[in-house]
Every structure is written in structure tokens, then in C-alpha cells.
Design a protein around this ligand. Structure first.
Ligand code: FDA
Length: 311
């Protein structure tokens, strides 16, 4: 219930105004988003890589409804890649980028998908020059087919482009089978949007079971699984499945969000696992922040307590 309400609020411009203006919001947001500027992202990425964690950087933004904004987001990624490269962080894919197609134009009327493809292609070209990769985030289920279609197009020129699949969708096990091919980078997450029961499992344990089934397909396949979860049980199962499939530690990676279970991130990295942190930055943090609150009631309590003690 609380999750549904928060996810609905994440689409409300009225609630957005209130949350963005609340004086303490920034301090709480800071836990999940290190800053608004590219310099903040470079600094945070340098700190993470110094502790042997890999990074994927997201320039925050979604629901772009005008072309100028979509171009500006593309340009922000080009600047980001240049600066990360100049800081020596992109080599060998240590720091890559994650892109939401809606932020680069997918939702524009008419030619949205084509525009998003062109912008994503420019970002891939810059990533290749910087010696790194790009992963396409997955948004709500109405965009899944379009995003996978853009992925296929991009992979003709850039076979290293990563996909994201969401275990809460009924279709995902089949999508995992399609994408578990040689060289195919696939991030598996549970899914963070408010989806109808017609397309997604509603029950948490059903989502977890689907995650395990999907993980088996990816681990047994020929691709490169990227296991994006903070769930301790699923992390243990991932290790067991990797061992069962005879996978070396360099043939898959764990991924977690910036600011969530940092000690566990470090523990996995120190054990010699590849551990990548999803690092969002930018001024447009509202939707991302509300999805993080929705994932964990304790985060809401923390946020409300901060509001109460400051007001
Ligand atoms: P779950 O929510 O069950 O949490 C398991 C445990 O992890 C909790 O008990 C808690 O200890 C900890 N935890 C989880 N979330 C927390 C939070 N917000 N604050 C504090 N602790 C928390 N989704 C999507 O739809 N499209 C996408 O492209 C992506 N991309 C993506 C990339 C990466 C690298 C990650 C890690 C996640 C995503 N997600 C995503 C989000 C994902 O779908 C999911 O919502 C979150 O990862 C939370 O799910 P968990 O698997 O962590 O399990």
C-alpha cells in the first residue's frame, strides 16, 4: 500500500513541489544522490573506484517531453563521458554510464523512439571513444518493447550495450532466454515501477522466485549477467549458481545503488567479486528518490523524522 502510494506520488507534480522545497530534503537525498553537478559525479566515482568498486553513472532525468531537453540530456552524457575519461576513470569500463531512453526522447510524440535511438547512439559512440560501455535502464512496462528494440539496433554497432530486465514482469524469464547470448550484458533487477497485475507479479515472494529463475537462465547462458540487488538471500543464491555453472568471478558482476548497503558493497569487492555501484547525479532527482523511498519503509520513516526534527 505504502509502496503504491509513494510510486503514485513519484508521478505527481504537486507532491514533487512540496518534497523539493522541504528544507531538509536535500540532506536526505544526499544519501542516494551525491550531487547535482558533473564534478560531484566525478568525485564520487573516483572515491568508489579507489575502493575497488566499479561504477555506472546515471544523469538523472526522465519523462522528457521536448526535443531541446532530450538533446540537453544527450549533451550532458557527452560531457560526463569526457570528464570521466579525462579523470582516467573510464578505462576498461571501470566507470560506464546508464541511460534512461525516456530522458533522451523516447516519450516524444511521433518519432520518439527514433530520436532516443539517435541520442543513445551518440552516447555509445562517446563511450566507445572513452573505452567504456553503456547500459540502457528499463522503465515501466509500456516502454519495454521499444527499449529492447533500441537495444537491438544499438548492438549492431556496439555489441557491448547492456540491457536491463525486471524480474517482476511475467515476460522476463523469456526475455532472459533471448538475451543470454555470447557477450550480452544483462542487468537483472526486481523492478521499481507501479505495474498492473496483468503484466507483473504483485507478491514480493513471487518476484523473488522469478528473480531466481531468471538468474538461473542468465548464469547458465553465454552472456554476462549483472545482478542488481541488495537482497542478501539473492546474493547468496547468485554465488551458488555461478559456482554451479562453473563461472569465473570475472564473467558476472554484482550491482547495487549508491548509498545502499555500502558495507556489503565493500565486502563483495574485497572478496574479489566485481561490484558495480549505480551512481545517479543531477538536479532532477525527484522520481529516483521517491522510488528509493518506496522500496523501503524505513527510508520513509527516516525522511519524516528528519522533517519533524527540523520543523
Ligand atoms: P528488496 O527491495 O527486496 O530489498 C532487499 C534489501 O535491500 C532490503 O531488505 C534492504 O536491506 C535493502 N534495500 C533495498 N532497497 C533499499 C533502499 N531503497 N534503501 C535502503 N535499503 C534498501 N529498477 C528498474 O525498474 N529499472 C532499472 O533500470 C533499474 N536499475 C537498477 C540498477 C541497479 C544497479 C540496482 C541495484 C537497482 C536497479 N533498479 C532498477 C531498482 C530495482 O528494480 C529495485 O527496485 C531495487 O534494487 C530494490 O530491490 P532489491 O533487489 O534490492 O530487493
Amino acid at each position: 500500500m505504502l509502496r503504491d502510494a509513494l510510486l503514485q506520488m513519484s508521478r505527481s507534480s504537486r507532491v514533487r513541489d512540496v518534497v523539493e522545497r522541504a528544507p531538509v530534503t536535500r540532506n536526505v537525498v544526499h544519501r542516494f544522490v551525491p550531487g547535482a553537478d558533473v564534478g560531484d559525479a566525478v568525485r564520487a566515482a573516483a572515491e568508489l573506484t579507489a575502493s575497488h568498486r566499479l561504477v555506472t553513472v546515471d544523469h538523472l532525468g526522465e519523462d522528457t517531453f521536448d526535443l531541446a531537453q532530450a538533446r540537453a540530456t544527450r549533451d550532458a552524457y557527452l560531457t560526463l563521458l569526457t570528464q570521466m575519461s579525462e579523470a582516467g576513470l573510464t578505462e576498461g569500463g571501470r566507470v560506464e554510464v546508464s541511460v534512461k531512453l525516456s530522458a533522451v526522447g523516447q516519450a516524444l510524440e511521433g518519432d520518439g523512439e527514433k530520436i532516443a535511438l539517435e541520442h543513445a547512439w551518440d552516447i555509445c559512440s562517446a563511450a566507445q571513444q572513452a573505452g567504456t560501455t553503456v547500459t540502457l535502464d528499463m522503465e515501466d512496462h509500456t516502454t519495454t518493447d521499444s527499449t529492447l528494440s533500441v537495444l537491438r539496433e544499438l548492438r549492431r554497432d556496439y555489441p557491448w550495450v547492456g540491457a536491463v530486465l525486471q524480474a517482476y514482469l511475467h515476460r522476463t524469464e523469456a526475455d532472459c532466454r533471448d538475451l543470454a547470448t555470447a557477450g550480452s550484458r544483462v542487468r537483472l533487477c526486481k523492478g521499481a515501477y507501479n505495474e498492473p497485475a496483468s503484466v507483473a507479479f504483485a507478491d514480493k515472494s513471487e518476484v523473488d522466485r522469478s528473480y531466481v529463475r531468471c538468474m538461473k537462465v542468465l548464469m547458465d547462458g553465454d552472456g554476462y549477467p549483472m545482478l542488481a540487488t541488495h537482497d542478501p538471500r539473492l546474493i547468496d543464491i547468485a554465488g551458488a549458481l555461478a559456482a554451479r555453472a562453473g563461472r569465473a568471478e570475472t564473467t558476472y558482476e554484482y550491482q547495487m545503488l549508491y548509498g545502499i548497503r555500502p558495507d556489503e558493497q565493500q565486502r563483495l569487492a574485497d572478496q574479489g567479486h566485481l561490484m558495480r555501484v549505480y551512481l545517479p547525479y543531477g538536479a532532477d532527482w525527484y522520481g529516483y528518490f521517491m522510488r528509493r523511498l518506496a522500496e523501503r519503509p524505513a527510508n520513509v520513516t527516516f525522511f519524516l523524522r528528519s522533517l519533524a526534527t527540523r520543523s
